[in-house]
Design a protein around this ligand. Structure first.
Ligand code: NDP
Length: 313
């Protein structure tokens, strides 16, 4: 039966930002509700090894980390519901949200933490080797490619930054771009083009990610020259797809200000949106860092801001 829930803090999203906001809000006795979505846990659910989340001596698994965060939030009193929020509105007094199961949420504050999704090329072979050589994050996985040859796909700031970052580990980095001109900032382009470990493959797209099954691992790429149509092989053990991200902000359109790419706008150095009482945390507003630990930090900030806002009210 459809229910109406009342809460001081409704947290929408269940990545590191959402769960951390839940821990802080619950420990401040704000009795938060987390609308966790239908596939709770966020981007770390499709990651394998995680070595850069502080506090763990050995490598941990992304899905395990998210289970722990969820359990931690529940243990300190957060109510977590696997539900999709489909509409959110301001009521003047506070906010009202509606989920896909007919339930209503009346909230005094909102923490928007729905994250962003890396864009993928959409090839079956890309999906097959995700986590086994195909990655969407060089900062997360670059370390595993010491002295190996890797590729980065894309031509924006992210692709160029990832290629430069990967030179810290890899023997050689090939940046593969579908045009003969990069979209990235000029300064980054110069650093890329002058780097001795980086080669750029202009006017090329990916036909297939190639690998072996046992142990499951990437061994190379089939790349196509879009001007000549010629398909060639490129031997790499890692391929980083960096063709952009899509913030999950469709339901917040009209509620808070978004930038031209759909990210939630926040005041500089803060998690405050243009609407008092609504805070944004994690990849939903952050396109510079995009790390689990930074998202968790933003989640903490959002819960502290919600607490302050309620106290002032
Ligand atoms: P962008 O949208 O800027 O770039 C995406 C790149 O991927 C483009 O070069 C595009 O090619 C290419 N691409 C898109 N789709 C495909 C496809 N299907 N096949 C092959 N190539 C494809 O995304 P970014 O993630 O680089 O950046 C997003 C935003 O974040 C930007 O505003 C950027 O400036 C910002 N950013 C800021 C950073 C910072 O401040 N330090 C760091 C990283 C990002 P084409 O050029 O042909 O369209």
């Amino acid at each position: 039966m459809a229910e109406t829930h009342q809460t001081k803090v409704l947290i929408i999203g269940s990545g590191p930002a959402g769960y951390t906001a839940a821990v802080y809000a619950a420990r401040a006795n704000l009795e938060p509700i987390v609308a966790a979505g239908m596939q709770p846990g966020g981007q770390l659910m499709i990651t394998t090894d995680v070595e850069n989340f502080p506090g763990f001596e050995s490598t941990i698994q992304g899905p395990w980390l998210m289970e722990q965060m969820r359990a931690q939030a529940e243990n300190v009193g957060a109510k977590i519901l696997n539900t999709m929020i489909e509409k959110v509105e301001s009521t003047g007094e506070g906010f009202r949200a509606y989920d896909d199961q007919g339930n209503t949420y009346e909230a005094q504050t909102l923490v928007l933490a729905t994250g962003a999704q890396a864009r993928w090329l959409g090839l079956e072979s890309e999906n097959k080797f995700q986590g086994y050589g195909v990655s969407g994050c060089a900062t997360c996985d670059g370390f595993f490619y010491k002295n190996q040859e890797v590729a980065v796909i894309g031509g924006g700031n992210t692709a160029v930054e990832e290629a430069l970052y990967l030179t810290n580990f890899a023997r050689k980095v090939t940046l593969i771009h579908r045009r003969n001109e990069l979209r990235a900032e000029k300064m980054l382009q110069e650093r890329l083009l002058n780097h001795e470990k980086i080669e750029v493959l202009w006017d090329h797209t990916i036909e297939e990610f190639v690998g072996q099954d046992d142990p499951k691992s990437l061994t190379g790429l089939k790349v196509k020259n879009i001007k000549t149509g010629e398909v060639t092989d490129l031997a790499v053990t890692g391929a980083f797809v960096a063709i952009g991200h899509d913030p999950a902000t469709k339901v917040f359109k009209g509620l808070v200000d978004l930038d031209e790419e759909g990210y939630i706008k926040v005041s500089p150095g803060s998690v405050k949106t243009n609407i008092p009482g609504i805070f944004a945390a994690g990849d939903v507003h952050d396109k510079a860092y995009r790390q689990a630990v930074t998202a968790a930090g933003f989640g903490c900030m959002a819960a502290l801001e919600a607490e302050r806002y309620l106290a002032e009210k």
